[in-house]
Ligand binder design. Structure first.
Ligand code: SF4
Length: 433
């Protein structure tokens, strides 16, 4: 059913309601009908003598059965429903092959540009002074444009842990922007306003800034520095070859730890560079259901774990991020299977850390997910506005998920540091190792 049809249907039942009340009812009926695979008429049958308050209360109870009683009414977020078929993500499998490559004048003679020219000979190469607007108006078409530039300002930053959540002292190197995978929960859908893939060509300046940097170490023995916040650290590494410079740089600086964060199996560069104890290659892992149904174009769990074994043999340590943990019927069995597969496959003594974080998102991201993946099931959970303005499962659901997963991981991998990511400090205190 289209949004306008749903609005008209509800207006017919409540002809007197204003736009705000209409918005709330449309939102609730839509979310319940989607989750229960029913028609709006089955959720809210046409009837006379209904009052807005009683209907809203009944719908809220049905939409939030676990949290209706405990949640404050301001925690239910009921924005206007906006769906747009033109905004759907393009899930047609395709190789990464940009149509247009913009090259900033100042980096035109770099080795990275030479590799890009060799890798994409059919692309349209354009030189730019860096001031023109590049990229598509549509986020789903971001991989059609590649922009190779000289980063001037944004080299390093502390991890933008959301305001008020417990930090882990992470430090970010901003090596590239944009990803060719399509994870339904990815924050870049809402965060990235230049719809292109960006690769900086001045790695030497990044390394210089690193040498002059002052870093937090959080609860770890040494500062942790990593790429992979605004892109996947390895997904493009066969062409960018950032690993070829990062690995020797950090190998000679054992006072720091560097982390590559990835879902890819693009590890040849790492294997060639040779490992080091202070370099951790970390995979995002999940239940097979989440990987298959929501992390489009990414390698499956088995492939990720095999790649992890290879890099461990190559001398790197390993990290894993159960992030985002998504709660659905049967999730505990599915995540237990993932942990079991890890235990059966991986050299446990090589695992440095494992983080866990349940799905959270900003209000704006919720709308993006809904537009780009209208058939998603990840938004069917009970998400409430939380302490930092983000949406999360209610406290009890999160705590239950952490009790289960943290204790399983700590029992299975006793030498790894297992911690929570982007959580309420009060929740983190309950699970401190
Ligand atoms: S791998 Fe990471 S950066 Fe890439 S789409 Fe998935 S969540 Fe986003």
């Amino acid at each position: 059913m289209r949004v306008s049809e749903l609005e008209n249907y509800i207006k017919n039942i409540f002809p007197w309601v204003g736009p705000n009340k209409l918005r709330e009812l449309v939102r609730l009926v839509y979310e319940i009908a989607k989750r229960e695979h029913k028609l709006p008429e089955e959720i809210l049958p046409p009837s006379k003598n209904l009052t807005f308050e009683s209907v809203k209360t009944a719908l809220l109870k049905r939409r939030y059965p676990l949290n209706f009683k405990a949640a404050h009414k301001n925690q239910f977020y009921l924005p206007k429903l906006e769906l747009n078929d033109g905004a759907r993500a393009d899930l047609t499998p395709r190789p990464f092959y940009p149509r247009t490559v913009y090259i900033e004048e100042s980096v035109k003679d770099t080795a990275l540009v030479a590799r890009v020219r060799a890798a994409f000979p059919q692309a349209d190469f354009k030189q730019t002074d860096g001031k023109c607007q590049v990229g598509s108006s549509n986020f789903s078409r971001r991989t059609e444009t590649l922009f190779i530039h000289r980063e001037k300002y944004d080299f390093l930053k502390p991890c933008p842990c959301s305001c008020g959540s417990a930090g882990c002292g992470y430090n970010l190197v901003n090596l590239g922007f944009g990803c060719r995978f399509e994870c339904e929960y990815c924050f870049l859908q809402q965060y990235q306003n230049l719809h292109a893939i960006l690769w900086p060509a001045n790695m030497d300046e990044f390394l210089q800034k690193l040498d002059n940097g002052k870093f937090n170490k959080g609860p770890f023995d040494r500062p942790r520095i990593g790429s992979g916040e605004f892109t996947d650290s390895l997904v493009f590494d066969d062409i960018t070859q950032y690993s070829q410079q990062l690995v020797p740089f950090f190998r000679s600086r054992p006072q720091w730890q560097f982390e590559f964060k990835t879902k890819s199996t693009n590890i040849q560069g790492l294997l060639q560079a040779g490992g080091s104890e202070n370099i951790v290659v970390a995979w995002s892992v999940n239940s097979s259901k989440i990987i298959q149904e929501t992390e489009h174009f990414t390698p499956d769990l088995t492939s990720r774990l095999l790649a992890a074994c290879e890099v461990a043999k190559g001398g790197y340590r390993l990290g894993f991020h159960f992030d985002p943990v998504i709660i659905y019927d049967g999730y505990e069995q599915d995540y237990t299977r993932t942990v079991q597969q890890m235990a059966d496959t991986l050299p446990a003594d090589k695992i440095a850390w494992i983080s866990v974080g349940t799905l959270r998102f900003s209000r704006e991201l919720k709308k993006q997910i809904e537009m780009r993946f209208p058939d998603n099931f990840i938004l069917d959970g009970e998400f409430l506005l939380d302490f930092d303005g983000k949406m999360r499962y209610g406290d009890q659901q999160r705590i239950k998920a952490y009790q289960f997963l943290l204790s399983l991981l700590r029992k299975t991998f006793p030498s790894a540091y297992v911690y929570l990511c982007m959580e309420d400090p009060a929740v983190v205190r309950q699970f401190r190792q």
